[in-house]
Each structure stands twice: as structure tokens, then as C-alpha cells.
Write a protein that binds this ligand. Sequence first.
Ligand code: PGA
Length: 250
Amino acid sequence: MTRLAKLMVGNWKMHGSLVANVSLLSDLLSGMGEVNCRAAVCVPAPYLAQVQSLLAGSALEVGAQDVSAHESGAYTGEVSAAMLSDFAVRYAIVGHSERRQCHGETDTVVANKAQRALAAGITPIVCVGESLAEHEAGQTEAVVKRQLAAVIHTNGHCISEIVVAYEPVWAIGTGLTATPEQAQDVHAVLRAQLQAATAHADRVSILYGGSMNAANAAVLLAQPDVDGGLIGGASLKVPDFLSILKAASR
Ligand code: PGA
């Protein structure tokens, strides 16, 4: 099976400023000479126009951190997939655990968001992952399968066009990382679920996220079913993100 180059995505979360973004991105771009993986940064919506223009013609693609489950209309504060398309957005994270937890997003809402993104030609990065309590109760596999099943159910044959990110909630921003074996086990479960849903499961990149950093990236990325990473904190530090991108380029 031929797999695509690794896909490494920075998730800036609610960080950045017009001034800070310029130096972060220019430092990143000037250090990316040896990088040959696929790479993107998912930035806060107000900076999409700025980042689109700073990254135009570069190897770093633009992503959003969310997209509305609605097409258009009276949804104050929401950003539609069509609006993201206006800014050449290539990826949109959907179902990040921070949105599931803090904004009450259900599996159905996440599935609808993925559908809106796909309809606008944007690749949804569908996040799945278990909480610490679920992890300790041995429910990891059941939780991630339930979360992905909702997206498969709603999106049918388009499912081969998504990206999946396995992010154990207990590993996000905590410095705790899944062991490479734990990550591989869950990725293999997700891969099998995708294979049962589409003949083109090999097109789906399955990323690991949760305290991926310059020290642990290479060993995580060496796992056969780890196709890339979704990187929060370390994507805001240029030397760290560049080391991770280089680890993904081997
Ligand atoms: P982290 O975040 O790398 O800071 O743990 C990952 C994410 O939430 O996507």
C-alpha cells in the first residue's frame, strides 16, 4: 500500500497576534529547506487573511480550527465552510476535544461539520480521543470507534477524503504522551474501521496528537499506522516545530 508523505499540522489554538504571526511564519519558512513532509498551520479565524498572504506560494498550507455545522444564516459568531474557502483554507480541524468539552459538540455535530467542510472542498481533520476516565476504564477503543462511526455514517463514500487525528484527551497540553505502542494500537483500530467503510482507506492519513514534541516525534512517527501529527504547544516554538517537521521528512 502506498502511503502519502507524513502530514504535520500545527494547531495554534487561541494564540497569535498580527505581529507575532509574521515572525513565527517567516522563521518557520526560512528553516523549512530540508522539509519534505506535508505541513500546515491551523490558525485562529481572524488571522486567516494574513496567514494566507504570508504563506502564498510556500510549502506550508493554511488550516482553520473549526467550521460551522450550518451552511449559512442566522448563526451569530459562526464561520462557514464557504467563508473558509475564500481564504484558501485547505484543512479544518473538527471535533477537537476542547470543542467537544467546552462547547458541548456531540458526535453528530462533529459529523455535520466534517460534511460541510468536504462539501466546500476543505479536508476535515476529525479529532477523536478518550478522556482520562475512559482511558482508565479500558474504553479507549469503544470511544474512538463511536466518534469515528458518526463521521463515517454521515459522510458515506466521501470518508476517504478526511484526515483523522487520534488525540487522547489526557495527553493534550499535559506533557503526557501515549506510548508509541498505545498510539499504534489505536491507529490500527481506526485504520481497520476505515477499511471496513471504504476501499480507499489508504488515502486517509491518521495523525497522532497530544504533547508531540521534538524529543518524541520520531519514535511516534515510526509506527506503521501513524501518518503524521497534530501539534499544539510545540508548533508555536519555531525550533521545536522545525525539528518535528524534519523528523517527519525522513
Ligand atoms: P498539544 O496539543 O500538542 O499542546 O498537546 C495538541 C492538540 O490539542 O491538538
